[in-house]
Design a protein around this ligand. Structure first.
Ligand SMILES: *Cc1c(COP(=O)(O)O)cnc(C)c1O
Length: 350
């Protein structure tokens, strides 16, 4: 592959970015010589220990290849096939996993809740749980919360506690989709425990990929009982890496000197810069508060087409027809300014 086949830095997704230097260096280091396979290696042990340090508690840690696997396998471990999972209608588990949660949980149904700014309203949990309690309806058993949400907002500590209290009262366990957990931690300026186990989360899917690794998410069980036989579930689903050290080593690189937080803080800052530039443009309508590393903006159709023609890539299907602009660990101020200048020239020709 030549350099010419690379595309310029884009705002399409934070997974367009490459591997950050800290994760890459750890993989190079892990590549020296042989190591025991299937996770019985020092890198996997070290990565899990660092995750326990980050959360300041005993927890069970498993590394899987991607977020779809992390979400669906963790949800499957909370439910029987006749149960149901409550999540926001924009949740990745509903809109972007091809039915994997239902598949891996053998038919567990996903039930959708509305909610402004990508967030679930606690009252809707009670409403959904009590809507049907008869034998003919799948029994609600899990609540899935996305932190940061699909539209880049965050649940505060108090919001989380209210939601998980409502969940507990209805007998639901709580799973958190943290594909962008790092971005939420820095946005809220909290320690990771405050928005996970201390706030009533049973299991977290801790995202590495969008934060700067090549591949791999960590499934972190705070409720240790729920982690029972999860290793078998991963293996059966094709999610047990034989060369596990290469999923684990990047986490060591990311966590040991807080690179994960630095990268997330940078991505969030770039989004704030982009948000400020776009807000200054009449004709561009920002859709959600910019709290993490995304900006959602409504633009006239011809402007979207013209931006695409200028080579900019971004999604337009995540929330209605909004353009979703994602910043990543390697987004530069110049990238943001170039995008904003192009947009300005199209909204105000001449
Ligand atoms: C990206 C993402 C995931 C994981 O997606 P994969 O492509 O399966 O790795 C999960 N949840 C959310 C909210 C995401 O944005």
């Amino acid at each position: 592959m030549s350099a010419a086949s690379q595309i310029k830095r884009q705002f399409a997704s934070d997974n367009y970015a490459g591997i950050c230097p800290e994760a890459f260096a750890a993989m190079v280091e892990a590549n020296r010589g042989h190591a025991v396979s299937y996770g019985d290696d020092p890198w996997t042990e070290k990565a899990a220990d660092l995750i326990r340090e980050v959360f300041e508690t005993r927890c069970e840690v498993f590394f899987v290849f991607n977020g779809t696997a992390a979400n669906s396998l963790s949800l499957a471990s909370l439910c029987q096939s006749y149960h149901s999972i409550l999540c926001h209608e924009h949740a990745h588990v509903e809109t972007a996993e091809c039915g994997a949660p239902e598949f891996f949980a053998n038919g567990t149904k996903v039930l959708l809740l509305p909610g402004a700014n990508g967030k679930i309203d606690p009252a809707d949990i009670d409403r959904m749980v009590n809507k049907r309690t008869d034998i003919h309806y799948p029994k609600p058993r899990a609540l899935s919360l996305t932190q940061a949400t699909e539209v880049g907002t965050v649940y505060s500590v108090d919001e989380l506690k209210t939601l998980t209290d409502a969940a507990r009262q209805s007998g639901l366990r709580v799973q958190m989709d943290g594909a962008r957990f790092a971005n939420a931690v820095v946005a809220l300026k909290v320690s990771p425990k405050e928005i996970t186990w201390q706030a009533g989360v049973d299991v977290l899917c801790f995202g590495g990929t969008k934060n700067g690794t090549a591949v791999g998410e960590a499934v972190v069980f705070f409720n240790l009982e729920l982690a029972r036989e999860f290793d078998h579930r991963c293996k059966q689903a094709g999610q047990l890496a034989s060369k596990m050290r290469f999923l684990a080593a990047p986490w060591v690189g990311m966590l040991q000197d807080d690179a994960w937080l630095r990268h997330a803080r940078h991505a969030n800052e770039m989004a704030r810069r982009l948000d400020a530039s776009i807000r200054a443009l009449p004709g561009a309508k920002i859709q959600f508060p910019c709290q993490t590393n995304s900006v959602f903006v409504r633009l006239p159709e011809p402007v979207i087409t013209a931006m695409h023609q200028r080579g900019w890539r971004f999604y337009t299907h995540v929330s209605q027809d909004d353009c979703r602009l994602m910043c990543s660990w390697d987004t530069t101020e110049a990238d943001v300014d170039e995008f904003a200048a192009d947009l300005k020239s199209l909204l105000h020709p001449g």
